[in-house]
Design a protein around this ligand. Sequence first.
Ligand code: SF4
Length: 322
Amino acid sequence: MKKALLDWYRRRRRDLPWRRRVSPYRTWVSEIMLQQTTVAAVVPKYERFLERFPDLKALAAASEDEVLRAWSGLGYYSRARNLLRAAQKIVSEHGGEFPSDFDSILGLPGIGRYTAGAILSIAFGKAYPVLDGNVMRVFARYFGIRKDLKKAETKKQLWASAEKLVDRGQPGDWNQALMELGATVCLPESPDCGACPVSRDCAAFRKNWQDELPVSPKRRDFIELKWTCLWIEDAGKVLLWKRSAQERFLKGHWGLPEPRHLRVKPGRLLRKERHTITHHKIAIEVRAAQSPKTFPKEAVWVPKDRISERLVSSLWLKCLGS
Ligand code: SF4
């Protein structure tokens, strides 16, 4: 499996910005962005983020608002907050140098076993395994594993396989080759076994189990939610609201206020949108409203042509019609 997969990876790997120049910082940012987000969506955001924060020190010195703005459109904003907190921790506890041992990397906010393994293998050349959704699917098919991949005991088994297989000489290429195979050939639907470098020894290919593996547990149902947001405009300015850390969604973000934030009645319907956050489907109504009589500290008037600088989530961009 090893030689065939590594040869294939060197011939076929996609030209991606984080592969052109490798450093712990660049690998880390790319891996965090790629969690729950497609490569196509990440590439332009990654390049923009790296222009704005070219190194760890630049990121550590930024404000949370600046980092959220650079993260705009990628969703799952806790990733951006953790990135900032981790950069600050590296500066304060590791002298600004990205740590190169597993425990120190794992001790950084937002970094789990997968990300630590990816950084250590790709950027430091250390033989640590990775196991993401792509690698799990490849392993399930290649080894013919008919178990629920979400179960802890199955994951333990898969981590053990990943650990045993990781190439000691080229761990970064090996891990990326496995992930690349899952992302481009061994796809969830219709894997392209004819183009697969490891089909000869693949259990699913030999037994024609490709469509049955991995075994999929019942999908989680979506929860439908309704939101009303208020468009309060006066003298060319719009009232924005700084959401608290206790909000269920978009914690710490700037947003349009909701009726529960201000004691004002929603008026004329201006716009309807739909947006999905994790397994929540949100139907949003943007309604005009009168200016409130009192202004809590979370409410700020912002010139209309500058509100998109603060409303970074794609949910708000939809509400603005952008
Ligand atoms: S042969 Fe097919 S099922 Fe097996 S690893 Fe390759 S693409 Fe996946």
